[in-house]
Each structure stands twice: as structure tokens, then as C-alpha cells.
Design a protein around this ligand. Structure first.
Ligand SMILES: Nc1ncnc2c1ncn2[C@@H]1O[C@H](COP(=O)(O)OP(=O)(O)O)[C@@H](O)[C@H]1O
Ligand SMILES: [Mg+2]
Length: 407
């Protein structure tokens, strides 16, 4: 069997997705299944699922329910095949490479280094030969342009797109002298932090269609729906923190609100094909996520509860959780153990309460030269392409499989 530590995130997601059709939520969300599944347990789970849900066992089902059951059984067959491939070491290692990989940098606090990291990562990826577009989505406190070594007041900003002064994002892109292209912001325009839902959806659609290798989203330090939705649209999300407790509690809160938002969206129009159409399930989900519900202590409890009420919906509810794979970055580190200590503190909480592992992608050391560089408006990675920050960013990108280790 493929060894657990060598499995890519893509393989883990495929295994967990498949397992969610055949095993109990607790086994899937704890990720134990990855290690412990064998041919015998797979066969047993498959046969018991088929036996339990075969339409012949439910003659009083309505036509709709019968159809749901048939669809579920089709998924179970695919899951059985997929897990069989895993047990035979034949699961593909990587998702086919996609253009326009979106990377978001978030964290529920200002001043922790999100913009600085976003800018330097953009410059680093350009130095490696990639096409990069950085977007300032800190709508209430835009300043990414400064970190990229450009002017603070820009000729064109994202406001021009949101206010329909330009029809496409391509028209408001400006080049930066250190490589990346940029869509800057302007928070001096009143009300820009509160864009309407339809504007946000249009922006998200257009970002997804940009012709580039990477889009880097620099987010604001809050947990507004806009920030969460921008974070959730990314293929790779970095949650930033510093070692101080206010910052890592903020990081955990950011993670929690993002996951809750993701689950709540299952009942709304953003869910697309994944949308939950059953009124009673939507109600169960909303109720389970509500702060008033004291019976459900964690996400795993919620999924078990839904599984008990209607197991056909288990894969649909588990999917957004399995597919939420953020990474942690600890910034302003002065001693190396600070990064792993902060990571352990948030990681343990996140795994217990949210069933989300939060691997540490890496850290950035505190660097007093940064303030000087900012005064000169130069990203550190541009002035020192082989310096410490460049190496730390390289490690982060490798750990989170954005670039390969050969790079
Ligand atoms: N690794 C670091 N070492 C020293 N100063 C840093 C580091 N990272 C960020 N800073 C400084 O912290 C301040 C806040 O950074 P910024 O990127 O604007 O945070 P955010 O975008 O999270 O609000 C800036 O003055 C920046 O220069
Ligand atoms: Mg910022």
C-alpha cells in the first residue's frame, strides 16, 4: 500500500472522498482510514453498504428517494474501485496540472505580514519563470502595491472593475518592475470594503478566468463573508500567524469561520452541483452549525448526527471538509521552535474541533532589514534572490506542493 507519509494531498483527498461513501464519518474525518484500511475491511464496508441501501430493501421509498439511493450506490461502486486502486498502489499521485492556480493569504488579524509574504512570494514565483498576477483584496486596507515596490496611488485599481469603469480585470492589471503583474486596491474610496454579493461573485468568476500560472490573493485581516469567500475560492490557502497568542487564536477563528461558511454555503446558490436540495438536511446542517446548539460539540459530531439521520448525505457533507486543506505559516519567528510550538497549538485544536489538519508549511524569520526595504519600496526577495527569505519562501512553496522539490 502507498505509505501514508508519502501520499500527496491529492491522493489523500481521493481516498477520503471515496471512504465517505462506505465508512462512518468519524473514521474518515480522523483520517485513520488512510492508515488502517485493508482489503478485508474495504470489502466488508462495501458489501454492508450495498446490502443496506439496495432499493429492494426499501420498497416503500418514494420515487425521489429511490433515485437518491441508486445514485448513492453508483458512488459506492466508484469508491470501492478507487480504494481498491489505493490498496494496489495505483492511485495517481497528482492532479493533472491546471493553469491559473489560485493562492490566498489570510488570517484574522492585521499586521502579521500577509501582504509582505504575498508580495515576496509573487516575486519569488516570477523569478522561477512563472506568470503571476497579485491581487490586493484587502478592500478596506489596500497596500500590496507598496510591498511590490510600486506607487501607493495607482492609475487603475480593483474599484474601477467593481464600479464598472472597466469591464474586464485584464484592463486594470499593471506591471511591476520586479516581475509580477498586479491588480491593486484603493481603500480611500468610501464603502469599498462592503462590496455587494453579486459584485463579489462576478469578481471571483473573473479571477478564475485570468490567463496566468498563479494568482496570489492578499486578503484583509477580518472574517467578513467577502474575505472568507475569497479564501475559500483558492486552490491553496495559507493562514498566517505570528507566535503571539492573540495572533494564533485569530488564525484558528479564521479557520473555523471559513469552514462554517463553506458548510453553510452547501445550502445556498454558490454550492452549484453540490447544493443540498433536501430541506430537512439543510435544516439539520444550519442547526448543527448554529452557536445555540449545545449538543453538537465539534464538526465530527455534526457529521455523525447527519449520518445517523440520513447516511445517503454523508459524502456530500464530508466533501467540503475533506477538500479544505489550508496550511499554516508562522511569521516574525526569532527562534525556530516558535514556529512548531504555534503550529502544534493551533493544529491540535483545529483537528479536534474542526477535523481539519493544519500542517505547518513553514515560517518566515523576523528580519529587521524589512522595514528598511519597505522605506525603499523594494521586496526583499528582489534585492536578495538567494537570501534567507527567498529560501524560506521556497520551502513553504515546496511543502505545500506549489512547486516541486527539484525547483
Ligand atoms: N518577517 C518579518 N520581519 C520583520 N517585519 C515584518 C515581517 N513580516 C512583516 N513585517 C512587518 O510587519 C508589518 C505588517 O506587515 P503586513 O504585511 O502589512 O501585515 P498584514 O498584511 O497582515 O496586515 C509591516 O511593517 C511589515 O514590514
Ligand atoms: Mg495586508
Amino acid at each position: 500500500m502507498q505509505k501514508k507519509d508519502t501520499l500527496s494531498i491529492y491522493q489523500q483527498k481521493r481516498i477520503l472522498d471515496a471512504a465517505s461513501c462506505l465508512f462512518a464519518p468519524k473514521e474518515v474525518l480522523s483520517r485513520h482510514i488512510i492508515k488502517h484500511i485493508d482489503t478485508y475491511s474495504l470489502k466488508k464496508a462495501y458489501l454492508s453498504t450495498v446490502k443496506k441501501h439496495h432499493p429492494s430493501k426499501h420498497p416503500s421509498d418514494s420515487l425521489n428517494k429511490r433515485q437518491e439511493r441508486v445514485e448513492f450506490l453508483k458512488k459506492a461502486v466508484k469508491a470501492y474501485e478507487s480504494l481498491g486502486l489505493y490498496l494496489k498502489n495505483k492511485l495517481p499521485e497528482h492532479q493533472p496540472l491546471k493553469k491559473n492556480t489560485i493562492i490566498a493569504v489570510g488570517g484574522a488579524k492585521g499586521g502579521i505580514g500577509k501582504s509582505l509574504f504575498a508580495a515576496n512570494m509573487a516575486v519569488y514565483l516570477c523569478q522561477q519563470g512563472f506568470r503571476v498576477i497579485s491581487i490586493d483584496l484587502d478592500l478596506g486596507g489596500a497596500n500590496l502595491s507598496l510591498y511590490l515596490g510600486e506607487k501607493f496611488v495607482l492609475d487603475r485599481t480593483i474599484n474601477d472593475f467593481l464600479h464598472k469603469r472597466f469591464a474586464t480585470l485584464e484592463e486594470i492589471i499593471s506591471p511591476c518592475k520586479h516581475g509580477p503583474l498586479m491588480i491593486g486596491g484603493d481603500s480611500s474610496e468610501l464603502g469599498m470594503a462592503n462590496i455587494a454579493h453579486a459584485q463579489k461573485l462576478k469578481l471571483i468568476r473573473n479571477i478564475r478566468n485570468l490567463d496566468t500560472d498563479f494568482v496570489i490573493l492578499d486578503l484583509g485581516g477580518d472574517t467578513s463573508y467577502n474575505m472568507l469567500d475569497f479564501f475559500l475560492m483558492a486552490d491553496c490557502g495559507y493562514v498566517m500567524t505570528t507566535k503571539d497568542s492573540a495572533s494564533y487564536i485569530g488564525a484558528y477563528q479564521f479557520l473555523k469561520t471559513a469552514l462554517y461558511r463553506k458548510l453553510r454555503r452547501l445550502t445556498g446558490p454558490e454550492a452549484g452541483e453540490d447544493k443540498i436540495r433536501s430541506g430537512s438536511l439543510a435544516h439539520l446542517l444550519q442547526e448543527g452549525l448554529s452557536a445555540k446548539n449545545t449538543g453538537i460539540k465539534c464538526i465530527s459530531d455534526l457529521c455523525t448526527h447527519i449520518h445517523q439521520v440520513n447516511p445517503l448525505y454523508t459524502p456530500q457533507v464530508l466533501r467540503p471538509i475533506i477538500h479544505f486543506n489550508p496550511y499554516l505559516i508562522v511569521n516574525k519567528v526569532t527562534k525556530i521552535h516558535q514556529a512548531s510550538q504555534s503550529a502544534q497549538a493551533i493544529g491540535a485544536l483545529s483537528e479536534k474541533a474542526l477535523s481539519i489538519p493544519l500542517p505547518l508549511a513553514g515560517h518566515l524569520s523576523r528580519n529587521d532589514a524589512i522595514e528598511d526595504n519597505l522605506r525603499n519600496f523594494e521586496p526583499l526577495v528582489a534585492t536578495e534572490p538567494n537570501g534567507k527569505m527567498a529560501r524560506e519562501i521556497q520551502k513553504i512553496l515546496q511543502k505545500s506542493a506549489i512547486i516541486s522539490r527539484a525547483q
